[in-house]
Design a binder for this molecule. Structure first.
Ligand SMILES: [Zn+2]
Length: 325
């Protein structure tokens, strides 16, 4: 857990937070003395005490922290921030370098991931973000690097509002790439996402779903999780909003991943359909998760019972006719 943070967070932040927050998380997830197999050192205790203004809180007894609203609130906020960082990067090892279209959970829990490709766009992405916010739903945005360069503030809003942001190449071309060309498509996009949003991503979705023209192969080799989909809105076909709602809701299942678009053309039907898609699935008992959350849930269940398996897809069958995705 802390190893991940050390890469993402500046060292100074680690120094301050690793003692207090690390202990707080450890106390929740493990017996207090279980982290790193050692007891809390006196220096750790001192740092906690400096943060803690309420002398009634017993450092050795995490349960008592709950009775100190100020401290537990602060720790709660830090935990949330760390959680959101951790949930985006890196993906659990089992998913790195793998291609999947859905991730069934062991308990067949009704979780579902909405994903939006080809943005950010100035207006459509904002409309979709508004709808997600209104419905308290988090999604995953597979962005095109050159679009993020054009609309960095939209990319920042995606992340600020708690959504996941992921790689959909720099140029969204279906052509065959050379090795260095494919590398640039992936690396430049991931680097820009980090530069603009502070988020690292190792999630990749190939434009058009093509797995054989270079970028997907490069991404796999670099241990990206290659995220396909199990419910296709087909919104690129300019269908009616009604048809889009039907396409997603009829294909939705536990652990499913929906494909929609916030970029690449007129997406007014997608914007119109989205509230109905959300309402339908909520009514059927689904909870919405980002792709990183979905992988994290699967990983937790896998650790609890190693027999759990995700459902990989075979490197499919590149489509004979290029599709706009
Ligand atoms: Zn696309």
């Amino acid at each position: 857990m802390l190893k991940r943070l050390q890469v993402v967070w500046p060292q100074t932040a680690i120094l301050i937070l690793s003692t207090v927050v690390g202990t707080a998380i450890a106390s929740r997830l493990l017996p207090l003395n279980g982290l790193f197999g050692q007891t809390i050192s006196p220096s750790t205790n001192q740092q906690i005490q400096r943060t803690n203004t309420d002398s009634s809180v017993d450092i050795e007894n995490p349960a008592s922290w709950q009775t100190n609203p100020g401290l537990s609130q602060t720790i709660g906020q830090w935990e949330q921030e760390i959680e959101s960082q951790m949930l985006n990067w890196p993906s659990p090892k089992r998913f790195q370098g793998k291609i999947f279209k859905e991730v069934k959970l062991k308990d067949n829990r009704k979780v579902f991931a909405l994903t939006f490709d080809d943005g950010p766009q100035l207006h459509t992405t904002a409309q979709i973000l508004d709808i997600l916010k209104r419905n308290k739903v988090k999604g995953t945005f597979f962005i095109i690097g050159r679009n993020l360069k054009a609309y960095p503030q939209v990319g920042q809003r995606i992340v600020a509002e708690g959504h996941a942001i992921a790689n959909h190449t720099w140029s969204h071309s279906y052509r065959k790439f050379s090795g260095p060309g494919a590398a640039r498509e992936i690396d430049d996009t991931t680097a820009l996402i980090y530069k603009i949003t502070g988020m690292k991503t190792d999630l990749f979705r190939p434009p058009g779903g093509f797995l054989g023209n270079g970028p997907a192969g490069y991404a796999k080799g670099k241990n990206y999780a290659v995220v396909m989909w199990s419910a296709d809105s087909n919104d690129w076909k300019r269908l009616s909003a009604h048809a889009l709602v039907n396409n997603i809701t009829s294909q939705a299942g536990p652990g499913g991943i929906a494909l929609m678009h916030d970029g690449g053309g007129d997406r007014s039907a997608t914007v119109k359909a989205l509230p109905y898609i959300i309402a339908n699935l909520k009514k059927r008992g689904y909870e919405f998760v980002t792709v990183p959350e979905l992988l994290d849930l699967a990983e937790r269940q896998h650790r609890a019972q190693p027999a759990v398996k995700s459902k990989p897809v075979k490197p499919a069958a590149d489509r004979s006719t290029p599709k706009k995705k």
